[in-house]
Write a protein of this length. Structure first.
Lengths: 107, 107
């Protein structure tokens, strides 16, 4: 029983260590995303000012290709990386629509 | 006409600068996610070894609260941060199910 308790308590300490690292990485992710949205916000404003189309299929295809390649190098599932980009881009489009509406600018 | 051309070319250079920064931040995101999945993979293995339940509602509630607070500090939409965590966790669960199936271990 004591050996089991010890075993469980070790597992519990190890779980805590792993979760602390996950929490640190989540802080990196949140701050990096915040920074990324600052840039996409600027892109949205620039496009609105110069009446550039909000979507750019060539840029998007390049981004997907690059992200899949980076994912492979980092041993991350490339399909997940692509889904992740789509998830972020969906939010960016929501922001750009808000800029467009707020500024009364044409898409 | 020449002024317009100049204007457009400046906008185009600025757009490229912004996109270069976005690409750099995407590389940070991909590598951080790859590192995060290494830790959640270890969590999954530890939980399977010790027959711990895969889901932990208290941990999840703490994570959501923490991430929303970090997002506010970083001026990121807290609702987006929460959606982002849910998106990542969905992928983690997919990995854990794969561990569970591969090891023939009970959930």
């Amino acid at each position: 029983m004591s050996a089991v308790m010890h075993h469980t308590s070790e597992a519990s300490a190890e779980l805590q260590r792993l979760r602390d690292s996950i929490d640190n990485l989540d802080a990196v992710l949140v701050h990096t995303l915040a920074e990324r949205f600052k840039y996409t916000q600027k892109v949205g404003e620039l496009k609105a000012q110069h009446s550039l189309p909000p979507a750019d299929p060539i840029r998007e295809a390049t981004q997907i290709k690059r992200l899949r390649s980076l994912a492979e190098t980092a041993k991350l599932d490339p399909d997940f990386a692509e889904k992740f980009l789509a998830f972020i881009v969906k939010e960016v489009i929501r922001h750009h629509e808000a800029i467009s509406t707020a500024g009364g600018l044409k898409n």
